[in-house]
Design a protein around this ligand. Structure first.
Ligand code: G3P
Length: 223
């Protein structure tokens, strides 16, 4: 399963990329707004730091605006994936951009039918928002299972990848991997939690304390 980071924060992107953990990035207008400044600078920088796919989202809601913005976004780098909303105009833009070889991520997917239609329009990725479904008492992970089951039936012809979005905690990641989702996009805080385990921390503290004991009897020793 590929791991993308769901952020426009350059510091986080660099931090996790240096650990070799990132296969790509997803952003959206809310994440851009959170960072402030000129989003163009961030977009350009992200496409340089990350080799894998970088989803940058349009803000137009009608077809011609989406095409114009999508083409402009694509100029930031060959790894740019244009993110469009799951609307009739979004699907029309998805079809046009995909036909021109520009990959598209259809976002704000909340049902298997929407995922099926976005795939049909040529999307490289469909982004079901599981956390937001959980938030309203619907099981987001069930949606991933359903989309996976449907896409599996057509895997010879349908190349659309399931990009699990709106991830809230590490258990979402385990469950998505068990289902065989293609990609999860994670807020930096979730990736941070996945790195940690209390026994790792305690184990390291014990190793270092024992080493200090050895060193106190023989200060010249070195690794
Ligand atoms: O990138 C879109 C998605 O991951 C947003 O998540 O936490 O705003 O529901 P959230």
């Amino acid at each position: 399963m590929k791991i993308f980071l769901d952020t426009a924060n350059l510091e986080s992107i660099r931090k996790f990329n240096d650990m070799g953990l990132l296969d790509g990035i997803t952003t959206n207008p809310s994440l851009m707004s959170k960072e402030g400044g000129n989003p163009k600078d961030a977009m350009e920088e992200i496409t340089k730091i990350i080799r894998g796919d970088v989803s940058l989202e349009v803000v137009s809601t009608e077809y011609s605006g989406m095409i114009e913005e999508g083409k402009r976004l694509r100029q930031y780098g060959e790894n740019v994936v244009v993110k469009v909303p799951m609307t009739p105009d979004g699907l029309k833009a998805c079809k046009s951009l995909s036909s021109e070889g520009i990959p598209v991520n259809v976002t704000l997917i909340f049902s298997a039918n929407q995922a099926l239609l976005a795939a049909k329009s040529g999307a490289k990725y469909v982004s079901p928002f599981i956390g937001r479904l959980d938030d309203i008492g619907q099981n987001g992970m069930e949606l991933i299972k359903e989309i996976k089951e449907i896409f599996e039936h057509y895997k010879d012809t349908l190349k659309t990848q399931i990009l699990v979005a709106s991830v809230r905690h590490p258990l979402h990641v385990i469950d998505a991997a068990k289902i065989g989702a293609d990609v999860v996009t994670l807020p930096p805080a979730v990736l941070d939690k996945m790195l940690q385990h209390p026994l790792t921390k305690i184990g390291l503290e014990n190793f270092l304390a024992d080493w200090d004991k050895l060193k106190s009897g023989n200060p010249d020793i070195k690794i």
